[in-house]
Design a protein around this ligand. Structure first.
Ligand SMILES: NC(=O)c1ccc[n+]([C@@H]2O[C@H](COP(=O)([O-])OP(=O)(O)OC[C@H]3O[C@@H](n4cnc5c(N)ncnc54)[C@H](OP(=O)(O)O)[C@@H]3O)[C@@H](O)[C@H]2O)c1
Length: 268
């Protein structure tokens, strides 16, 4: 038994891909979540809540590295404060945070809270690493799926994403967690910047429907201006994954053809 590496949110979409990589690298892993899973060799689940602080001190006992993935629509700033304080008190040697590209530029609460979480880690006194990631393919999917159900395809002008595959983000996080604290590292994004129209058309094609006429819409105010300016997109120091949106929606492993020839949607 080596010193466990704590992964908050290790049961989530990204966390569940990172944990096996850490195990393959020989690390014992402790996972903190509000709804703990079942222990298996080398993987211990503990219950806790980063936003209320419940269970953090126990979860950090004997831990040298923390990979902080637990997050949600609200409370990421508070969670980071609780975790950073508990990690400093526990003598943790490396705090690693996943953040989002555009954290310090997008005028949206989720992004602002991520920026605050970044600041908290940087000022915690514990050596740290922050990786900003683009939206996962699996995050963009429900957006375009919802759009594709409407009679006219709503097309918010200037809205672009650079979706990245979950496995590429997971591999990078594992690499960082197994390495030395590195501060803010290069953002990770997918290989292409695509307009919402291009993302939707590729999806619609993959599920065997015809592309529909678009209905141009304008995202108002500061949020619209930020998206049109590309403030949600990686800058020049980005690292690009290789797996494209088209591959994702056409992926034979995640798309299953029903007998009548319809295609169901990817799960991740
Ligand atoms: N998905 C994306 O496109 C994307 C892009 C960039 C950055 N990120 C960031 O990456 C992180 C992981 O994203 P994900 O997509 O893997 O999220 P996810 O699938 O929703 O998983 C969230 C994980 O965090 C745990 N969790 C949530 N709130 C918690 C709390 N208060 N205390 C303890 N555990 C908590 C959840 O388990 P319980 O519900 O059982 O607690 C789950 O294990 C998040 O911080 C997210 O903001 C995501």
């Amino acid at each position: 038994m080596n010193s466990p590496l704590l992964v908050t949110g290790g049961t989530g979409t990204i966390g569940s891909r990172v944990v096996p990589i850490l195990r393959e690298a020989g690390r014992d892993v402790r996972i903190l979540s509000r709804h703990p899973g079942v222990n298996e060799p080398g993987v211990q689940h503990v219950g806790g809540d980063t936003v209320t602080g419940r269970g953090l001190a126990d979860a950090l006992d004997g831990v040298d590295v923390v990979l902080h993935l637990a997050g949600g629509a609200k409370g990421d700033d508070i969670a980071a404060r609780n975790l950073a304080a508990a990690a400093a008190a526990a003598g943790v040697r490396h705090l690693l945070l996943i953040s989002v590209i555009g954290a310090d530029r997008m005028p949206i609460g989720y992004f602002r809270r991520k920026a605050e979480a970044e600041r908290t880690f940087a000022e915690s006194g514990v050596p740290w690493t922050v990786l900003r990631a683009a939206q996962l393919h699996g995050f963009v999917l429900p957006v375009v799926r919802g759009m594709a159900k409407l009679p006219l395809l709503p097309v918010p002008g200037g809205l672009r994403f650079e979706p990245v595959h979950v496995d590429e983000v997971a591999a990078r996080l594992a690499e960082l967690a197994l390495g030395a604290p590195a501060g803010r590292v290069a953002d990770i994004a997918g290989p292409e910047v695509l307009s919402i129209r291009e993302l939707a058309d590729t999806y619609v094609e993959a599920i065997g429907r015809r592309c529909r006429r678009g209905l141009p819409i304008r995202i108002p105010d500061g949020v619209g201006r930020a998206y049109r300016a590309g403030d949600n997109l990686a800058g020049e120091h980005e690292q690009r994954g290789e797996r494209t949106w088209r591959e994702f929606v056409n992926d034979g492993a995640t798309l299953s053809r029903r007998p009548e020839g319809h295609v169901s949607e990817p799960r991740t």
